[in-house]
Design a protein around this ligand. Structure first.
Ligand code: IMP
Ligand code: MG
Length: 175
């Protein structure tokens, strides 16, 4: 039986907000070089749209993908890069771009790595900031849409690798 999808953020609303975020980010890094890092796979569409709204003469783009392994709960799990960044971030301003911040563990891991590598500053941008299951006290600097709870798909986000290509955000309604 096909999954039931309920629209949470329609395409127009999504794209208007992404343009606003791009303008905010442009102002924040005026006159400063910036490395924007896309956290794969989920952020790929958001990142592609967002960077086209960032005006920065010295913008560099990079990609990272994480994998976690180990036993069940988030605390028992280890995070590694299945694809590491390629740009040297030492002394640079870095913007991490996520699809959704949920527990906060993946962003926390990335922040630690970037700090160790000597980034000059690190800020976090996410399309969706989901609060219900947050376990890490972290500051999201640029949040597209707050979400209290629910499992969402579309605009890069998947359920078992499905629905990433959809140009809107949907709640996956359990049967
Ligand atoms: P966190 O480490 O718990 O903050 O979440 C990391 C990742 O889990 C996100 O970047 C997403 O890829 C995935 N995720 C969390 N919530 C959702 C959801 O509602 N839909 C799809 N993926 C999600
Ligand atoms: Mg993600």
């Amino acid at each position: 039986m096909p999954d039931t999808l309920k629209t949470v953020i329609d395409s127009d609303t999504l794209h208007r907000r992404v343009a606003e975020l791009g303008a905010e980010i442009t102002r924040c890094y005026q006159g400063k070089p910036l490395v924007a890092v896309c956290v794969l796979k989920g952020a790929f569409l958001f990142f592609a749209d967002l960077v086209r709204h960032i005006q920065n003469d010295a913008l560099e783009l990079d990609f990272v993908r994480m994998a976690s392994y180990g036993s069940g709960t988030s605390r028992g799990r280890q995070t590694i890069f299945s694809k590491d960044m390629e740009v040297d971030v030492a002394g640079k301003h870095v913007l991490l771009v996520e699809d959704i911040v949920d527990t906060g563990h993946s962003v926390e891991f990335l922040l630690e790595v970037l700090k160790k590598r000597g980034a000059e500053s690190i800020r976090v941008c996410t399309a969706v900031d989901k609060h219900e299951r947050r376990e890490v006290d972290l500051a999201v600097d640029f949040a597209g849409f707050p979400l209290q709870k629910g499992f969402i798909v579309g605009y890069g986000m998947d359920y078992a690798e499905k629905y990433r290509e959809l140009d809107a955000v949907y709640e996956l309604v359990p049967e």
